[in-house]
Design a protein around this ligand. Structure first.
Ligand SMILES: [Zn+2]
Length: 391
């Protein structure tokens, strides 16, 4: 097997199995071939940990992918027309023997402008900064002594405009430092590292995680016993009924054993306030329909009212619920529920950490609206819910 593909599978599997680095199907990776003609990239809808030499990736022609970013006519289109067009052009850039409907990652154009090996993750400890009001200033101080000053990317709607913006920022960075950035930190989103070899890229990931962790202390809590089974059953049925009453749709409700950070979160006096802030990043919005709902007592009518009021405001009903003293409950199909639980468990920790750096920085209403209308995210949601994509 060729080296680029072997490297891609390696960097994907190593990072993908760590849920503090990437949750659910998020994150993506790519490796360019030695001749500079092609790029192997994660396929949309595949989790990094599930990628193998046989599946979960596409090979694209670099010149065709780069021509997408350079196409000025695309920037003039409205997002509803532009994003599907970009996705189609990325699909046309595929040059491999992969059969089926797998598309290259929607961030392929962004990967194309970076160095040889690219790893994009949503690490918990990076989110502590990218979702905090003073995060940028703290990051800049933290990396001051390193020989790879990170490039901070202010929040931009995902898709084509983000790739355009990064292309411009990378160009400016190159003028200033004489090289492309090895580390990019994306506001309200995550981390990109890029290096010449797979090993160097993985080393860089570890280095960034270590630096970012150095300012954070995991909230500690005395261990309490597991909650009573009857309380869990009662909470499940209350949530199931409330979701049905508010939406008219039936969703199974799953319970996820409480981890220490979630227990620490539930013990905080400001837990409801921390969850009142909207989705932190595109993934929390797409998978969990926004932040989890905080529930102090499982009153069906009250939960129904709150879900209905979200619907009235044009928002989607929460899919995750944190019931005080019990833990995380998720109303979703079996396949998506664990992803939502993973995202929610990370989110509560990020919300605690962000307090240290000036408070939570979440998606604005306009930023949420863009993602809710974004074709590529809709596609990903379809894949995770098991529907087949037809275009
Ligand atoms: Zn991402």
């Amino acid at each position: 097997m060729n080296k680029a593909l072997a490297d891609l599978v390696k960097i994907s599997n190593v990072t993908g199995k760590d849920t503090t680095l990437v949750q659910g199907g998020g994150g993506n990776t790519s490796v360019k071939t030695a001749d500079g003609k092609y790029m192997y990239i994660k396929a949309s809808g595949t989790a990094l940990k599930d990628m193998t030499k046989q599946k979960g990736w596409r090979r694209v022609r670099l010149d065709l992918v780069l021509s997408v970013i350079e196409d000025k006519s695309l920037a003039k289109l409205e997002p509803g027309k532009r994003e599907p067009e970009v996705v189609d052009r990325l699909l046309l850039a595929c040059d491999d023997n992969v059969s089926g409907s797998a598309r290259p990652s929607v961030e392929a154009h962004l990967h194309a402008i970076l160095d040889k090996c690219v790893i994009h993750l949503h690490p918990l400890v990076v989110a502590a900064y990218v979702n905090a009001k003073n995060g940028r200033a703290v990051i800049e101080k933290l990396f001051k002594k390193e020989n790879f000053p990170p490039l901070w990317v202010p929040y931009t709607d995902p898709g084509f405009m983000l790739a355009k913006k990064i292309a411009r920022l990378v160009g400016n960075y190159q003028k200033q430092f004489g090289k492309k950035p090895a580390v990019m930190i994306l506001e309200k989103h995550g981390l990109f590292v890029t290096a010449e070899t797979a090993e160097a890229a993985l080393r860089l990931v570890r280095k960034v995680i270590k630096l970012c962790s150095s300012k954070l202390r995991k909230p500690k809590l005395r261990k309490t016993g597991p909650p009573a089974e009857k309380d869990i059953t009662a909470a499940k049925s209350a949530i199931r009924k409330a979701v049905f009453d508010a939406t008219g749709k039936y969703f199974p409700v799953s319970y996820f054993a409480t981890t220490e950070p979630v227990a620490a979160f539930m013990a905080r006096k400001d837990a409801d306030k921390l969850l009142a802030t909207p989705a932190l990043n595109p993934d929390e919005l797409v998978y969990a329909n926004g932040s989890a709902m905080w529930i102090e007592n499982c009153d069906v009518k009250k939960i129904t009212r709150r879900l209905t009021s979200l619907l009235k405001k044009g928002q989607k009903p929460a899919a995750a619920f944190i019931v005080k003293g019990l833990g995380i409950f998720v109303a979703a199909d079996k396949k998506t529920a664990p992803v939502i639980a993973e995202i929610t468990a990370c989110s509560v920790l990020i919300r605690i950490y962000a307090q240290k750096f000036g408070g939570i920085l979440a998606l604005t209403k306009r930023q949420q609206d863009f993602i809710n209308n974004w074709e590529a995210e809709a596609f990903r949601r379809k894949l995770t819910s098991g529907e087949t994509a037809k275009r």
